[in-house]
Design a protein around this ligand. Structure first.
Ligand code: SF4
Length: 213
C-alpha cells in the first residue's frame, strides 16, 4: 500500500495531536499531585520552596565533621581500647571516620593514645607537622593528657608540652564510650570552626608558642 502526500501529512498531524493530549494529561496529573503537597511556613530568614540559606563556613564545617580521617598514634594500653572502639560493637565508622589514615598527610585528627616517652616526643611532633591544615588533636587517656601514673624523668607529662591539643579524654584507660564522646567533641569543634581561624593572628601565635611557623 502506498501513501500519498496528503495521507502522510494527516498521519503526522494525528501523531502530534496525540502527543499534545498526552502532555496535557501528564500536566493535569502533576497539578493534582502538587496540590496534595502541604508546604509549611518557612522559618524566619529562609525563603522559597525547597531552598534554605546557610553560610559557607557552616556547610564546609558540616561536611568536614562527618568525614574526618583519624591517625591513631597508639603506643600502649589506650591503643587497645581504641581497637575495641573500632570494632563492630562501638563502630567508630558511624561518625564518618571509618577510614583510618596511617599517613599524616591524609589525616585530619591526630589521636594520641598511650604513654609518650620524651624520646618519642620529636617523632610525635614530626607526625603533627606532616599533617595538613586544618588539623585537630585528641589526647586520649591520662598518659597522653598528663603523663598519667608515670610521673618520671623519662615520660612526657602531657603531649600539650610539644603540640597543641583540642580535646582531652580522661581515663586510664578511657572506655570506648569516652573515646567516642571525645571524638564527638572534635566534631563539634570542626562544625563550628570559622574558615578564617587558621589564618588568624591568635592561631599563629598559638603555633609560635610551640616553635611551629
Ligand atoms: S592512660 Fe592508663 S591505660 Fe592509657 S596508656 Fe596510660 S597507663 Fe595505659
Amino acid at each position: 500500500m502506498f501513501l500519498n502526500d496528503d495521507d502522510a501529512v494527516q498521519i503526522l498531524l494525528n501523531v502530534v495531536n496525540l502527543l499534545l493530549v498526552l502532555v496535557i494529561i501528564g500536566q493535569a496529573f502533576l497539578f493534582i499531585n502538587m496540590s496534595e503537597i502541604k508546604i509549611v511556613e518557612a522559618p524566619p530568614g529562609i525563603e522559597g520552596n525547597g531552598f534554605f540559606a546557610t553560610s559557607l563556613d557552616k556547610a564546609i564545617g558540616l561536611a568536614r565533621s562527618h568525614s574526618l580521617w583519624p591517625l591513631p598514634f597508639a603506643t600502649s594500653c589506650c591503643g587497645i581500647e581504641f581497637m575495641a572502639t573500632m570494632g563492630s560493637h562501638y563502630d567508630f565508622g558511624r561518625f564518618g571516620s571509618e577510614r583510618l589514615s596511617f599517613s599524616p598527610r591524609q589525616a585530619d585528627v591526630l589521636m594520641v593514645m598511650g604513654t609518650i616517652a620524651k624520646k618519642m616526643g620529636p617523632v610525635l611532633k614530626q607526625v603533627y607537622l606532616q599533617m595538613a591544615e586544618p588539623r585537630w588533636v585528641m589526647a586520649v587517656g591520662a598518659c597522653a593528657s598528663s603523663g598519667g601514673i608515670f610521673d618520671t624523668y623519662s615520660v612526657l607529662q602531657g603531649i600539650d608540652e610539644i603540640i597543641p591539643v583540642d580535646v582531652y579524654v580522661p581515663g586510664c584507660p578511657p572506655r570506648p564510650e569516652a573515646i567516642l564522646d571525645g571524638f564527638q567533641r572534635i566534631q563539634d569543634l570542626v562544625k563550628n570552626e570559622s574558615g578564617r581561624r587558621r589564618h588568624s593572628p591568635e592561631y599563629k601565635e598559638l603555633l609560635a608558642s610551640y616553635g611551629i611557623q
